[in-house]
Design a binder for this molecule. Structure first.
Ligand code: ADP
Ligand code: MG
Length: 309
């Protein structure tokens, strides 16, 4: 069986035609997204995530390379490629005077779904909006609106659902609801592709993650393997007494002094535990005033992944 989505040497240059320098947004991207997965495209703002999504959605023309959706090449078979995905865009846009029911019926009409094959109420149930089927869209909460956009992307029953930053600027409760909806759809067999700049989101939802930065894919792996590669953690100790040099008991760790009372120890979560570090600190006879850990953020991850060791 072919991949849900496969792109080869996908390249995008936005040409500003003299009004500014050209922008090379995607640089020869190779990616394969397996059927049935929840696939995360993770990267900071400006990395090229929306460009990638919009090329698949047929909203942006690629400069070169190939893209295949559910077995259909987007150049040779654009119609079939396009009906194979439903896209939830980054921005919320609504005609507030339609009800959710009307909005989905209209969308189904646009996609030429015959009346007998429409599943409008069933879709509204999937995103927990059945009770609001006949309310005006403008009266819906932010979370309901987001779920309505998911429903809209699903009216033609595409095997792939693409969500561009579904939870950007969304509060934690709403984020959880959306995660549930996404997981639920995936359990029903829908392949999910989502973009995010939250590591935590990709970590919780996705079984595979591609990390993209400045138009390059810097890593693509199962979530488990990827997290194992970025498992560095730094523990910082504020000491009660001055320390002139690293004690013998700590020499097996990667540590350094920054100032006489601040000791930083780097560990790989997979090869050493915080407990081992604490035991070594104690056997070195160090008195600790305070301790804190530094979490890996996206910037650290890019540095780790692009480092040439
Ligand atoms: P992301 O979604 O990861 O934040 P985008 O794909 O939106 O990134 O943007 C990638 C790069 O391409 C950015 O530098 C952005 O400014 C640029 N870009 C995006 N859309 C356009 C456009 N229509 N014209 C020119 N440059 C664009
Ligand atoms: Mg974007």
């Amino acid at each position: 069986m072919s991949a849900a989505i496969k792109v080869e040497k996908l390249d995008k240059i936005y040409s500003l035609g003299g009004k500014g320098p050209d922008k090379h947004a995607l640089k020869a991207i190779d990616l394969e997204i397996p059927r049935g997965s929840i696939f995360g495209l993770l990267g900071p703002n400006g990395a090229g995530k929306s460009t990638f999504i919009n090329i698949l959605a047929g909203l942006v023309n690629k400069t070169s390379g190939k893209a295949n959706i559910w077995g259909f090449d987007i150049d040779e078979n654009p119609r079939n490629a396009r009906v194979s995905i439903g896209v939830v865009p980054q921005e919320l846009y609504f005609d507030a005077f339609f009800t959710p029911f009307e909005m989905l019926e209209l969308q189904a009409g646009l996609y030429g779904v015959p009346k007998s094959e429409r599943r409008t109420l069933e879709i509204l149930e999937t995103v927990q909006l059945a009770d609001e089927a006949n309310s005006y869209t403008r009266t819906l909460s932010g979370g309901m609106k987001r779920r309505l956009l998911v429903a809209k992307a699903m009216v033609h029953s595409p095997p792939i659902l693409v969500l561009d930053e579904p939870t950007a600027g969304v509060d934690i409760e709403l984020r959880r609801q959306l995660w549930e909806t996404i997981q639920d759809l995936n359990n029903r067999g829908v392949t999910i592709v989502l973009t995010t700049h939250y590591l935590e989101e990709a970590e919780r939802l996705c079984d595979r993650i591609a990390i993209i930065n400045h138009g390059h894919v810097v890593a693509c792996d199962s979530t488990k393997n990827l997290l194992a590669r970025i498992d560095e953690k730094e523990i910082l100790f504020d000491l009660a007494h001055d320390l002139e040099e690293i004690p013998e008991a700590l020499k097996s760790f990667h540590c350094h002094l920054s100032g006489k009372r601040r000791l930083a120890i780097q560990i790989n979560k997979s090869s050493a535990s915080v407990g081992e570090v604490l035991a070594a600190i104690s056997s070195a006879g160090l008195e600790v005033h305070d301790l804190f850990t530094k979490d890996t953020d996206l910037e650290d991850i890019f540095l780790q992944l692009t480092r040439s060791d």
